[in-house]
Design a protein around this ligand. Sequence first.
Ligand SMILES: Nc1ncnc2c1ncn2[C@@H]1O[C@H](COP(=O)(O)OP(=O)(O)OP(=O)(O)O)[C@@H](O)[C@H]1O
Ligand SMILES: [Mg+2]
Length: 407
Amino acid sequence: MRPAVKPVAARHSGGGRFARVSVMAEVIIKDLKKVYDNDVVAVHDVNLHIKDKEFIVLVGPSGCGKSTTLRMVAGLEDISGGELYIDGVLVNDIAPKDRDIAMVFQSYALYPHMNVYDNMAFALALRRVPQDQIDKKVREVAEILGITQYLERKPKALSGGQRQRVAIGRAMVRDPKVFLMDEPLSNLDAKLRNQMRAEIIKLRQRINTTFMYVTHDQTEAMTLGDRIVIMKDGVVNQIGTPEDLFDRPVNLFVAGFIGTPIMNFFEGCKLLLEDGVYYAQIHDAKFKLDEFQQNALKQNGQKACDVVCGIRPCHVTVGEGELTAKVEVNEMLGSEVNLHTVCDGDEVIMVIPTMNLNVDVSMGTEIKFSTQPRLIQLFDKETGNNLIWYDKESVEANAPVCKTYNF
Ligand SMILES: Nc1ncnc2c1ncn2[C@@H]1O[C@H](COP(=O)(O)OP(=O)(O)OP(=O)(O)O)[C@@H](O)[C@H]1O
Ligand SMILES: [Mg+2]
């Protein structure tokens, strides 16, 4: 059984990115700001254009303003500045109940004295929806979430994951235009969280609504989001697809937040410019950068400077190479081995597929390693900004640092 499917909106065709087209639940956030009474600026001028049916994830460390942003969209928090449009309507001063949104919180509280059916029916009954429609909707949603067999049970007779599904179901019965979720999985244990993550991916395919999902877990962000908004101290640092954030992090913060194990950072590196050619110097090794990197740096008029070089653990090869490291810990995971090594004072983690491993990597050994120059990220030592980074979308959204390249 499926819920009434809304017609898929016309996608943006040409014209400006903010051109009005007939859409169902586009959310446009312009210069959104939140200053709490104690003068804490929790959210600084956030700009975000969420497309109809898009799954957007807000991610960032504790206190960065994710919940505040979501609560402003929900109408649970006053907006201190900026504009918020849902489906083309300015909703800054519209009450939460009239915004056509539904929110699921981390600490969802089901009504303990009501059974699952009544928990799900409650919001509709309050709105005086006719009984036959309530029944149809509750059964439809229960079917989608696989909780039909529990409809008569009280919450205390359910597992954590089942209760979580009821909480989601309670929001779903209202057929919201926009589904807001604030860390809905964070009080589940790791195994259940993985299961529910997969459930949410399936759910999303079935209910076809616009989602804003908050988490501090980068794996959740990477696996769920069509696009990810990564925040720090109330400021959006980057907006992009999981690939954008993984391959082209805007700065050291994003590079260190996204990806597991985290990116290796090499201190004391230099960007060299010799006879018009750029090189990255990592300790005693010199890597000639590839053509794209050369062009980007040239176009930007980049001078030689001190840099922090970043190399992802999965982008390291061992056996031969310009760099040397000592293996401190060797974690055999079956299909791959994680090596925790030290290279001239820098901790370097390497993830090596076991089938590519043909050298001794036991603890205490010295190994040679290398990477492809195009996989080296170059961060300005002073600002932490990536020297080679381009993204038109974040330029429009006022993310703090961005450059675009024309080739
Ligand atoms: N009611 C409030 N009054 C004053 N300051 C607040 C209030 N609520 C939140 N803050 C502050 O605003 C900032 C952002 O808080 P917010 O709850 O949005 O963070 P978050 O990113 O959701 O963090 P977490 O991952 O811990 O849930 C924090 O510095 C927090 O202390
Ligand atoms: Mg929060």
